[in-house]
Write a protein that binds this ligand. Structure first.
Ligand SMILES: [Zn+2]
Length: 272
């Protein structure tokens, strides 16, 4: 229950040097949490580009987050399908549009590394900069799956990266969780920043559950919320207008990374 402070370490892979988080407004505090202060559920839409199995898997994974805490906290609700910007996202800034979505992108933007299986992009505002209770208030978030460079599998028997594992991880970011980069966390969290094609993590794990419970002050396993003295303090300093931030969190493929241009493979790198 004390895992409030998440270390955000840049992970460098041979394939593509990339940071786990970037922002348009300078470096972010390594320990500043991200959080919704709007009430749940947040409404999110599933792109029509997903097939029925994929759409069902997305709903299952939100249920997995809801079921991980007491009383099945409903974090996300689903609006009607997204009918635009489904597979041709070229301007990531344009996603801050009032419609939060899970997108299946078959034309991966040049601005994103090809080694990313998926990204979650968060728009928000950073408050209490430099203070102990600095945090990013999430205002908008979208999940974008890289259907251009990777194959995903919604079954237990097919080939490709496990679709549910990728979606569960991205939803963790949607809810404000950051990466658990330490190798020792790999089996205790779904927020490790890379997966390989044989990995399946379809339920939040111990660290994820305690992190989400702490962040939103909700009970787990019959244990009550944190005592007042240990609750994170998300109150905003008087007169602080907040500083707009855009955050990109990337889930990396831990295996062969294939780069394509216009659908054609142009290079392949091993990631170790
Ligand atoms: Zn991630």
């Amino acid at each position: 229950m004390k895992n409030i402070i998440l270390l955000l370490l840049p992970i460098l892979f041979a394939c593509n040097a990339t940071k786990t988080a970037t922002t348009t407004s300078g470096s972010i505090s390594a320990t500043a949490p991200y959080k919704w202060t709007n009430s749940f559920p947040r409404t999110i839409r599933i792109s029509q580009q997903f097939n029925d199995d994929e759409a069902a898997a997305i709903l299952l994974m939100s249920n997995a987050w809801s079921d991980s805490v007491d009383n099945e906290k409903n974090f996300m609700s689903y609006g009607s399908d997204v009918t635009e910007k489904t597979n041709n996202i070229t301007n990531l800034d344009s996603l801050y549009d009032g419609v939060m979505g899970v997108y299946k992108c078959s034309n991966w933007p040049n601005s994103l590394p090809g080694s990313a299986l998926a990204v979650t992009q968060i728009f928000g505002r950073r408050y209490n900069a430099g203070e102990d209770n600095e945090f990013v208030n999430i205002e908008h978030a979208d999940i974008i799956i890289n259907d251009d460079f990777y194959d995903f599998d919604t079954t237990d028997t097919g080939s490709g990266f496990d679709f549910r594992t990728v979606v569960l991880h991205e939803m963790g970011h949607f809810l404000g969780l950051q990466h658990k980069s330490s190798n020792s966390n790999r089996n205790l969290s779904v927020m490790f920043p890379s997966i390989d094609p044989t990995e399946a993590k379809r339920y939040p794990k111990a660290h994820d559950i305690s992190d989400i419970a702490d962040k939103y002050n909700i009970s787990i396993g019959g244990a009550g919320p944190m005592s007042a003295g240990h609750k994170p303090n998300y109150s905003i300093k008087e007169g602080d207008p907040g500083k707009p931030v855009r955050i990109l969190l990337e889930l990396q493929a831990n295996g062969d990374c294939v780069h394509k241009e216009d659908g054609v493979e142009v290079s392949r790198h091993g990631i170790h």
